[in-house]
Design a protein around this ligand. Structure first.
Ligand code: SF4
Length: 476
């Protein structure tokens, strides 16, 4: 998989004296969603926010000493992959903390607002001064400017103003709010660890800290989590359809996570099996481009009863900067990450399974390496349809002009990457793998340009009293 990048991961903890350490571990499990920077903010017993932010991986930016200073029973954390805003600005590292007439708050956001530019211009025209280039700050300004007396009403008002993707955590001095946009583009799950409530982007974060998965937060839902672990839920915004990002199961989410009602590993194997049913040719061996292509290749190989072998070994320890010898080495960058296994490839007809193809430039280099290692035939198989459109909902995609499948025919792409045959999974094949009862709930915008219509509407106002009213309040 080349070209699409992760977005962000969020973790929230309510009701544990070691909240910061649990958040740290949760962020560690969600590292695949963002490696640019990480941050944690907690609420201490004196009612003050404090925390730490650092560029780079969670494990590098947080030491035991730092974590032991971030006291408190409630907190939120964020792994950043920059989709909006300049990435190397410390001001862009989340969570953000801010003051409103209703008190101090901290916010962590996964997703992208599609009307961020318009809202930002309007807010600036009204005198708002932005500290960062992140669209998450728009939430803060809108919350602070709202005239509503109750915070829940302010959140509902902001949800009716912003468009696009957000799975978002908002911490105040007396509770944690977890909300998901009405389309549900990005995942958000909730679990319990004894008396403590945990919210995270994916279930793999819950599992690392022994929190039991309770459920996914639904599209358009606001969950209020109180310090004693009680939860109240409301659904103030409705959308006529859901639009889970289909790239979450194809590529972003960890295979051991369960999101959008599915275990990702099983789903990817179904993708591989459908790919084989649609486009298998005679071959000797199936290999994957690691890591995300592995479950798909397993599904493919099982479907056609072929051995799946390790054809490429990945170096997991590649850093950000490399020193290249002055005499340039061909395909240097990709060789740092992947190296072919000669005995798997020499003289073989090889099916190579990957999850998707974006620009195709890395595929050219990988296939050249496979040929050099002796592969007799290379049959490239992609576990998603051709990507012909950009994403506006938090996935870092190139402009349409740089999307190979938007510019070339399948045969032109095959020739460009140097494969003997090339096939993509069809959209019906993907939808079949996503499940007959669930596939209509997904966004396929980058495959067909059919972006979800923004026809959300605010429904009747929900009660705002702390624990009463028809909002669901559950305990343990
Ligand atoms: S356009 Fe593509 S990447 Fe963006 S949310 Fe939709 S499916 Fe996901």
């Amino acid at each position: 998989m080349v070209g699409f990048r992760e977005e962000c991961g969020v973790v929230g903890v309510v009701g544990d004296p070691e909240a910061a350490k649990l958040i740290y571990l949760g962020l560690y499990a969600l590292q695949h969603r963002g490696q640019e920077a990480a941050g944690i903010i907690t609420l201490n017993d004196q009612g003050e926010f404090h925390g730490h932010k650092a560029f780079g991986l969670v494990g590098d930016g947080f030491t035991n000493e730092i974590l032991s200073k971030i006291e408190g029973r409630t907190g939120i954390g964020h792994n950043r992959y920059s989709t909006t805003g300049a990435s190397r600005m410390v001001q862009n590292i989340q969570p953000f903390s801010f003051k409103t007439p209703l008190g101090s708050m901290a916010i962590a956001h996964n997703g992208n607002l599609t009307n961020a530019d318009v809202l930002r211009s309007q807010l600036e025209a009204q005198g708002s001064i932005f500290q960062s280039t992140s669209d998450t700050e728009i939430f803060m300004h809108l919350l602070a400017k709202s005239k509503k007396a109750e915070l829940l009403d302010r959140i509902i008002e902001v949800m009716s103003q912003v468009k696009g993707a957000y799975s978002l955590l908002l911490m105040t001095k007396d509770r944690l709010y977890a909300l998901r946009d009405p389309f549900g583009f990005r995942p958000l799950v909730i679990g319990r660890r004894g008396a403590c409530v945990v919210v995270a982007s994916e279930t793999c974060a819950l599992e690392l800290i022994d929190a039991e998965f309770e459920r996914e937060i639904a599209p358009g839902e606001i969950v209020e989590i109180f310090p004693d672990g009680f939860i109240r839920s409301s659904f103030p915004i409705q959308s006529p359809r859901k639009a889970f990002c289909s790239f979450e199961p194809i590529y972003f989410a960890r295979p051991d996570s369960k999101i959008f009602g599915e275990e990702i590993y099983s789903l990817r194997k179904r993708i591989g099996a459908n790919l084989a049913r649609e486009s298998h040719v005679d071959a000797d061996v199936v290999i994957a481009i690691p890591d995300s292509g592995v479950p798909m290749a397993l599904g493919y190989a099982a479907e056609v009863n072929l051995p799946m072998e390790l054809g490429l070994v990945r170096n997991h320890y590649v850093g950000r900067t490399f020193i290249e010898p002055s005499q340039s080495i061909r395909d240097f960058g990709v060789k740092l990450k992947l190296n072919p296994v000669g005995s798997t490839l020499a003289g073989k007809r090889v099916v190579v399974v990957d999850d998707s193809l974006v620009r195709g430039t890395t595929s050219v280099k990988i296939l050249r390496m496979l040929r050099k290692a002796g592969a007799k035939e290379i049959h490239m198989r992609l576990g998603s349809p051709p990507i012909t459109h950009s994403c506006f909902f938090g996935v870092d995609t190139p402009e349409r002009g740089q999307l190979l499948a938007a510019q070339q025919t399948i045969d032109e792409i095959r020739e460009f990457i140097g494969a003997d045959t090339l096939a993509f999974l069809s959209l019906p094949g993907l939808q079949d793998a996503l499940g007959k009862g669930n596939c209509q709930n997904y966004c396929y915008g980058c495959f067909n340009g059919d972006y979800p219509e923004d026809t959300c509407r605010v429904i009747e106002k929900q009660p705002t009293d702390a624990l009463g009213g028809p909002g669901l309040r559950s305990g343990f």
